[in-house]
Ligand binder design. Sequence first.
Ligand code: MTE
Length: 307
Amino acid sequence: MSRLFTPPAASQITPEAIYLNRRQLILGASGLAAAAVWPGAIAAPALSGKASRYSTTETRNSYEQITSYNNYYEFGTDKDEPAKNAHTLKPRPWTVGVEGECESPKTFDIEKLLKLAPLEERVYRLRCVEGWSMVIPWVGFELGALLRQVKPTSKAKFVEFTTLADAEQMPGISSRVLDWPYTEGLRIDEAMHPLTLLALGLYGKLLPNQNGAPIRLVVPWKYGFKSAKSIVRIRLVEKQPATAWNKAAPQEYGFYSNVNPAVDHPRWSQANERRIGEFLRRKTLPYNGYGELVASLYRGMDLKRFY
Ligand code: MTE
């Protein structure tokens, strides 16, 4: 089988042997056929990845919590609606186009990504801009590994993510709550940062539809809305791209969206958060607790202005 991903540079963590022998997807040919008609989360086939040094050791939220309390407006704006409605999403067949300012644009088939991408389990905190948080064991690979495949040019200063917008599969699209498709963006150094993940699974199973099947972004130091679900296109661009939430309410949702307890949302404080399943609120940490790894990306920037 040809390699989709070139092995990481010697300076990077994974020795070649481990890279090649890493987890195998526990999904036979019959499993692939069944994937086309998944009823959603619960029947998701198994998936695993090697443990990551980037994982938090904090208590994980349960599979039930992670898959039943969701934001996925294409399936409704109430927290329980994505779990109820997202069974109509068809995560197969699926491709992700990676294009724009790069030497070798490519279209990646999700099945090939599943088999060939260097998968890891990453247990990350997710802090939603609404004031709740969870700890989620994702299975995925670094976005940077995918971007390196297409050889970004020097003009690639930002990355734009576009997600599926199909009224036939997504009942929420009929509401104009956002300007569909849902888009998000990162600066190129944020996109290439090793913490930035493309997730294909969680809790050792393929992503349930309500969590963004078959592939979603996870940027753990930013508010959860940066983590675009069900991505169909990734575009390298020269100018800062427009983002769905910024278009909807520019004074409330900026491009950067770093978790910053010192910058209140205009309608509420961001100083603390409710971990789903806990009673007392806890203090929100700058960069959602990932400051040691990412604060240097923003040196010299006024983060009250670039919220
Ligand atoms: N992606 C799409 N396409 N549509 C959405 O409505 N909601 C965002 C983000 N990605 C959203 C999306 C928000 S606000 C959050 S907090 C996270 O998904 C929630 O991810 P989770 O449901 O897996 O916890």
